[in-house]
Structure formats: C-alpha cells, structure tokens
Design a protein around this ligand. Structure first.
Ligand SMILES: Cc1cc2nc3c(=O)[nH]c(=O)nc-3n(C[C@H](O)[C@H](O)[C@H](O)COP(=O)(O)OP(=O)(O)OC[C@H]3O[C@@H](n4cnc5c(N)ncnc54)[C@H](O)[C@@H]3O)c2cc1C
Length: 381
C-alpha cells in the first residue's frame, strides 16, 4: 500500500527496511528464544542515527521537520522483524529520552541525551507500580524534599529496559493528598546508591524486550534532576505518553504485517486436497480481512502521526490509532496462526511469536479499554 510518504520519507523507510532485513530479521527468532537484549544491534542502530529522529542536530539528532511520521516508520519497520527489539528502541528513543530533552537542563541533556542518541546509554521510564497500573494517579513511590534534592522510596513494576537502563525517569509523589497533581518526574542514574533491579520479569510476550521490577531505597536525586515542575510533572509525562500511543500502534502494525506476509506466502505454498490452501475461499477471506484491518490501521496511524507533526491536538486520534492497530493486528495474528494450522503452533514457524507479541500493544502504554475511556471522556460522555 502506498501511504503517500514523500521522497525523503520513502528513502528513510527503504534504508531502515534494508537494515532490518540484513541485521535484525536473521536474529529475531534467536533473540525471542533467549530473551536477550542485543547490545550489538542496539548500538549499531544508534551509530546509524536512528535514535535521533525526534531530536535536533545540536544533540546528535536528525533535526527533521516531521519527526513523528519518521518515528512511526521506524517503529513499524523494526517491529516487522522483532516487536521485542522494536519495543526496546521505541521506549528508549521516545518517552525515556523525551523527558530529558523537554524538561532537563543543558548539563543533563549533554550527560544523558547525547550518549543515548548515539546508542551508548539506554533509557527507561517508570510509572507503573504493583497497585497502580491504569490508575497511575495512585502511585505510592514517594519523593521527599532533602537538602539540595529529593529522596525517592518505592518499587516500580513492568519497567521496559529496566535491567539494562543507564537512566530511568521515575514518577513519584511529593504529596499523596494532591493525587495526580502531586506527582513529579525524577531522573535517576541507575548507578546511584539505593537503586537496584528487584527482579527481571519473565513474560509471555516480546521476550527480548527487557521488563523489570525496580527498587528505590532512599535514592538521592539532585534538584536539577526533577524534570518539569513538581506539581505538573505527571501532566508533562501524560503529554509525552500521548504521542507514544501512535508509536505503539506502529509496533502493532509492523508485527501484523509480518504475520500477514507469512500467512500469504504459506497459503500459496501449502497444499491440501490437491491444491494450495489459498485457493479455498475460507482462507482467501481470512487474508482479505487481514489486509483490510492492516490497511485501516496503517492509514489511520499515519494520519494521527501527521496531525502530531502539524502540532494539532491528538488526544482522540492517538488513542483511536492504538485501539484500531493493537486490537486489529491481534486479530490479524490470530487469523495468520489459523492459516498455518498445526505448524502455526510450532516454534520453528514465527507466527506463534507474532501472536504472542501482538498482545503487548493492547496493554503496554495503557490498555485498549483505557484508550476507549480517554476517547469517551474527550467526546464528553
Ligand atoms: C510488557 C509490558 C511493558 C510495560 N512497560 C512499562 C514501562 O516501561 N513503564 C511503565 O510505567 N509501565 C509499563 N507497563 C505497564 C502498563 O502500562 C500497564 O500494564 C497498563 O497500563 C495496565 O496496568 P495494569 O497492568 O496494572 O492493569 P490494571 O490497571 O489492573 O487493569 C486490569 C484490567 O482492568 C481494566 N480496567 C482498569 N481500570 C479500568 C477502568 N477505569 N475502566 C475500564 N476498565 C478498567 C483494564 O482495561 C484491564 O483490562 C508495561 C506493561 C507491559 C505488559
């Protein structure tokens, strides 16, 4: 499908697709099996400049005029080979670094953002806690004022890139009575005393995207590492997470495209009753429905990204793109597995991985029902 990308965007897509085919795709199944983070590939992509898509040249970025469409392309293409690797990158080069670019001072940008864009450092973003997921406003991690800074105490869960991160933006409350308005963002260097990884979490989906529980035991954070105002910090984060819904939609689409391509090829090769299974109308209908869901998701997601590039409001569009792409591509992956029959359940074929990975975008960054809630509120319901 031609998405009417312009010449430069098409060239960008071709370049990243080539790297994905050559470098990421051949390792994707092994990374999924081992659950390992490939520092080699991560570093390579940084050296190629892809983590700077959304940042100015002064920090080693690309200085692009439509950063969100470019970043959407990047997420989609990486997820075509490995949603796990793509999720690692997506968190690192967006939410985790954006907080420093948007609200960090110049020294913090030089110390963390510049090496992160080069691929020399890994970033993470920790809001969720065991008892505060969808209801992020009720987090319990405390930030208490101390001389020259803040002392953080609490435990975070489900933090992507948690065991491999060099720095983590942590949401903590300075005043629980103020609920959401009392939550601020604090940049924590993972070498700081009192910070530790509680445990690496094993999971059903996106195996090679690292997920962890993080413990903050009286971690000191200097005043300049409070990102944005203490009072408005969480609302800052909320804005950063809005655009990330579009990128999560792109991850779903990349993975869904991989499932569709694999199922289409299989349908033309696998023979039963003396003919390719793609000649059976039931299989054809599944493939056509998959294409319809994918194209709908792609068109809407790129539309939302281009609205963001124009500086237009995207609260509704970002949530809708995540619903359409995440739920739609999960269905695409279910149909792909069905077309593969018994082979679909075997580890030697990638469709079982595509289906497992397709659940991540439906939950990570806010569940599909929370997206529905956001849209309903915006509609005044
Ligand atoms: C692989 C993975 C990576 C993640 N990475 C990060 C990360 O890097 N940083 C981070 O901070 N978090 C991260 N998360 C956390 C993620 O954002 C949360 O899991 C998600 O927001 C849902 O929270 P929860 O799991 O506590 O589910 P809950 O909030 O307990 O929800 C359980 C169910 O209840 C429903 N529900 C809850 N409230 C409502 C409501 N008001 N109306 C209707 N239905 C409702 C939900 O839709 C869901 O179906 C990650 C999660 C996963 C799985």
């Amino acid at each position: 499908m031609d998405l009417f990308l312009d010449k430069d965007q098409t060239e960008f897509q071709t370049h990243i697709a080539r790297w994905v085919e050559k470098r990421l795709a051949p390792q994707a199944a092994a990374l999924d099996r081992s659950g390992a983070f490939s520092r080699e590939l991560f570093k390579e992509l940084g050296e190629l400049g892809y983590y700077g898509v959304m940042y100015p040249e002064a920090y080693g970025g690309s200085g692009l005029k439509q950063p969100y469409v470019y970043y959407t392309i990047l997420c989609e293409e990486l997820a075509r080979a490995s949603m796990g690797f793509a999720a690692t990158v997506c968190m690192h080069a967006s939410a985790a670094t954006h907080t420093i670019y948007a609200w960090g001072n110049e020294a913090l940008r030089q110390r963390y953002l510049v090496p992160a864009i080069r691929g020399d450092m890994v970033g993470a973003f920790a809001i969720t806690e065991a008892n505060a997921g969808s209801d992020a406003g009720s987090i319990r991690t405390r930030a208490a004022k101390a001389d020259g800074g803040w002392r953080l105490n609490g435990t975070k869960i489900f933090t992507s890139n948690g065991t491999i991160a060099d720095f983590v933006t942590v949401a903590a409350t300075t005043d629980p009575a103020k609920k959401v308005r009392g939550i601020g963002l604090f940049l924590v260097d993972t070498k700081t005393e009192g910070f530790r990884v509680g445990r690496k979490l094993e999971k059903f989906t996106t195996h090679c995207s690292d997920t962890a529980e993080l413990v903050l035991d009286d971690v000191f954070v200097a005043d300049e590492c409070r990102l944005g105002d203490a009072e408005g910090g969480f609302l800052n984060a909320y804005k950063a997470l809005t655009i990330d819904r579009i990128f999560t939609a792109a991850l779903a689409i990349g993975n869904g495209r991989a499932a569709y391509d694999a199922a289409f090829k299989y349908a033309t090769e696998r023979e039963q009753f003396g003919q390719p299974i793609g000649k059976f109308q039931a299989v054809q209908f599944k493939l056509v429905d998959m294409l319809a869901q994918l194209d709908q998701a792609r068109i809407y997601t790129y539309y939302a990204a281009s609205l963001a590039d124009q500086g237009r409001p995207i609260t509704i569009e970002a949530a809708l793109s995540k619903i359409i792409a995440a739920d739609g591509c999960n269905e695409v992956c279910q149909k792909a597995l069905n077309i593969f029959g018994g082979y679909g359940l075997m580890d030697e074929f990638p469709v079982q991985r595509y289906l497992r990975d397709s659940y991540f975008p439906m939950i990570g960054g806010g569940t599909s029902d929370i997206m529905r809630l956001i849209v309903a509120r915006q509609l005044g319901l």
